[in-house]
Write a protein that binds this ligand. Structure first.
Ligand code: UT7
Length: 319
């Protein structure tokens, strides 16, 4: 019994906001700086009032449509997000309500930019255990809401969006191996160190990052966890058809591919179009690769996430 992807979908809100648009909005930056340091050319920002569950809804409908699965047949909904609509109920339950599904297991996963890889791995384990048959796994974020727009070192890097997959029990190969890790000793290098207490925001409710520390950590762990996953599935890195890493920074992506011995022609890159969308990024890139015809059934794909916590992980699957 495998857990296999039956359909994918994604959604980016509103119009693309270019680097030059950010300059016009008064941010002291330049297209040249952002592109040369990160590869980002544009991002999408949710409309006021548009929430993670709204973005998740659009992406989910597209994934269900591609899979040809009725929403009533979904028995597991997992949403990876660090920007939930509310403290509670979970964004997964809100999504479930909007989709009109009743009775499925539904919960959120909080692993920041590794969230989609975490959620997919969890869903696979539910399916392989036999407890669930059809899962909707979503990464959805409105990171624009937690950015300090006066901090040019972070606000130019992130965007909003959602991606979804339908994962179902199958006797054909699907997920071959996965590995999830975390090291809370590094919680301080990427965080939103605030909360709500007694009706007041406590601490600092904006994203804070030590960019260089994150960069070094990400390059090291992404290469390591990819090797770990390949070894677990007895697949050579050279036999991976597509690498779909977390879309945060083209330089991190290039360094990871190089360490794995993969050419950039085997790497899916969408960070230029939507910036870092945290838990949504891997699912957005996966959907792009399927819909533009590069990723074909039967090919081997390595998905990789890394982010706050620190968390990191990979899923190797046959599409
Ligand atoms: O999901 C994981 C999320 N995080 C990441 O993936 C981030 C990983 N880190 C990075 O991608 C890079 O560290 C950054 C892109 C964030 C920064 O690149 P860097 O090469 O590490 O730059 P820096 O922070 O050392 O800053 C270099 C200069 C500074 O100016 P001075 O002190 O050299 O005069 C900054 O003030 O660039 C300046 N700077 C900017 N200039 C124009 C910082 N942000 C900007 C900006 N526009 N937006």
């Amino acid at each position: 019994m495998f857990a296999r992807i039956a359909g994918v979908g994604s959604y980016l809100p509103g119009q693309a906001v270019s680097n030059d648009d950010l300059v016009l909005r008064g941010i002291e930056t330049s297209d040249e700086w952002i592109v040369s340091r990160t590869g980002i050319k544009a991002r999408h920002l949710a409309e006021p009032g548009q929430t993670s569950s709204d973005l998740a809804l659009e992406a989910s409908r597209r994934a269900l449509d591609m899979a040809g699965v009725d929403v009533a047949d979904i028995d597991l909904i997992i949403v990876a997000t660090s920007t939930p609509d509310f403290i509670f109920p979970s964004t997964a339950c809100l999504l479930q309500g909007k989709l009109g599904n009743r009775g499925a297991t539904a919960f959120d996963v909080q692993a920041v930019c590794s969230g989609f890889v975490y959620a997919l791995t969890i869903a696979e384990k539910f399916i392989r255990s036999g407890s669930n048959k059809k899962a909707l796994v979503v990464g959805a974020e409105v990171f624009s809401r937690i950015l300090d727009w006066n901090d040019r070192g972070t606000c130019v890097l992130f965007g909003d969006g959602a991606g979804a997959v339908v994962l179902e029990a199958s006797d054909r190969p699907g997920i071959l191996a996965s590995a999830l890790h975390a090291d809370g000793a590094h919680h301080g290098i990427l965080s939103v160190p605030g909360n709500v207490c007694g009706g007041q925001v406590t601490g600092d409710p904006f994203l804070r990052m030590d960019g260089q520390a994150v960069f070094k950590f990400a390059v090291r762990v992404l290469a390591d966890v990819a090797r770990e996953c390949c070894a677990a599935a007895d697949v050579l890195p050279a036999d991976v058809d597509w690498l779909i890493p977390h879309q945060a920074n083209i330089r991190i992506i290039e360094a990871t591919a190089k360490k794995m011995g993969l050419g950039m022609d085997k790497v899916i890159v969408t960070v230029d179009r939507h910036g870092n969308t945290s838990a949504a990024s891997v699912s957005l890139a996966l959907d792009a690769a399927v819909r533009d015809g590069r990723l074909q059934r039967g090919q081997k794909v390595m998905l990789e996430g890394v982010g706050g916590g620190f968390t990191w992980g990979a899923v190797l699957l046959e599409f």
